[in-house]
Ligand binder design. Sequence first.
Ligand code: GLN
Length: 199
Amino acid sequence: MAGSLPPVGVLALQGDFREHLAVLAGLGADARPIRRAEELAEVEGLVIPGGESTVMDKLSRAFGLAEPLIAAIGSGMPVYGTCAGLIMIADCVLDAIEGQQSLGGLDIAVRRNAFGSQLDSFETDLDVPALGDPPMHAVFIRAPIVERLGADVTALASLDDGRVVAVEQGAMIGTSFHPEMTGDTRFHEYFLDKVRGRA
Ligand code: GLN
């Protein structure tokens, strides 16, 4: 598995970055926590974890990481964002808090906390044709929904009502849910395939 795989990073400012590091290490990757621009410069792929996008946004700017992250995304580095991470890479964030910014890169509009307070979290099985069988068990926690997809964006998975919860655009993938929590490593493998393809 490791083979020609360059080091990959997990943005480690806030959220469940440890879980992503564990999944990637389990797949044989040299996975590193990223908190500084110098660390970002050493990796060739990045996972942005779930957590709280408003906090991640503030910390990334306070740590001087926002600009290097935007540059890395712009250079075509493979990036996988889960939940708050998906919000961070969306070009447009709906129901953002005052002053909240995203890094952007993914031509989508995403709505934060789209399931409202009555349904903060839930689990369901999703068909993800790009990843094959079986369906993926998906955990949603105060999750966002993708409300608009640009012309170059592909929906990878939708809920039964048609709302999009996983997308891909070039080297970028995003999921509203948390594969790092369920032991299903197919999205992380898909991400590592993109890193390997670019190396
Ligand atoms: N609601 C959170 C946000 O807006 C995301 C929740 C999560 O990452 N599980 O950032």
